[in-house]
Design a protein around this ligand. Sequence first.
Ligand code: CA
Ligand code: CA
Ligand code: CA
Length: 391
Amino acid sequence: MKKIFTLCSLLLALNAFSNSPYITRVFEYSPAPGQFINTLPKWDADDTPDSLAMKAQKSIANNNQTMISLGGYGGYVVLGFDHTIVNMPDSCDFKVLGNAFWAASNPNSSASKRGGSCEPGIIMVSVDANKNGVPDDEWYELAGSEYNSQSTIKNYKITYYKPDPNKVATPNTSYAYLTDTTYIRWKTNGYGDGYLYKNSFHTQSYWPQWLGDSIVFEGTKLANNYVDESGAGTYYVQYSYPWGYADNAPNTDPMSNMDIAWAVDKDGNKVNLSGIDFIKIYTGVNQYCGWLGETSTEVMGVTDLHPNAQITSGIDQPQEDKSLTLIGNPVRNNLIIGSATNQDIHIYNISGQILFNVQITEGTNYVNCSALPCGVYLLKSTTDIIKFIKQ
Ligand SMILES: [Ca+2]
Ligand SMILES: [Ca+2]
Ligand SMILES: [Ca+2]
């Protein structure tokens, strides 16, 4: 009896530290039309919305890291963990895995303007407030670097229309990659109408076959992030937004990490969440890049950066007046600092000596710190102190 009791105690103790760092559930997979739809994951004629969600779950849950595509603007996936992801103070909490990469040889890239294949997706988070285990609760957007940009459109609404299978294609005769430029019609709530094109590389139907004859998505739309650097439709670079978006920086880059502290409600007010249970990711741009096709956010998984963290009481402190955010920590060459105001900041070493002062401006600031030796430092303003590690 004593042995059984000891074993149970051990199992209970192990269980306390056995949260999976990886998503375990896909609740819904509702992509917009796109060139990878019906292939990533594969659609079969007997599939239903639930069976497609199961296929998406098999692809990306439990660290399987098989890519799923969300298609054009608005297409989304809803994910869950086997535990609540804790909002750790002053640090990112989860990483969204996509397939973004930096261009190897783009002459116009720089440390503060990084580009390549960056297909930014908006990230939303939710708390299982009614404790029923399913995502039927209020959603909060992570306010990334572009949230307050004048070129960001809130409450953008798009409707896609299923093409007639007998429709006659309208090829672009001067750009042979585009085999049907009137393929899937879309319209928006006052922000223009158009078509999602078909291209020569992907010949299957781009319409999510398990969804209806028209599909509506609504959310925040980011400005186009691509530049045709060739000027001739041969070399497109999609520039990375500074922080806060899925599939917008490589998985090894700290900018693929997300902080629950960025969450805002539908009116843009910061919300103070001690942890989250569900994540929704949707394609955040409506753009078409020639032979590359429509820009679509891809997701390969989501990882909790501290799966065994306990909710701390400190996080319950109001954060509304927090004026500084450090994006990415540890730091390599640049401190990337989000600031609510123009202000002076000071960098201290761990002994309390001021090393240098910098004036930063409202928005995202890049402060070169490559000359600092590796170690622990403090970033201070009149209201905030943030500890960071220089690598
Ligand atoms: Ca956090
Ligand atoms: Ca719920
Ligand atoms: Ca991608």
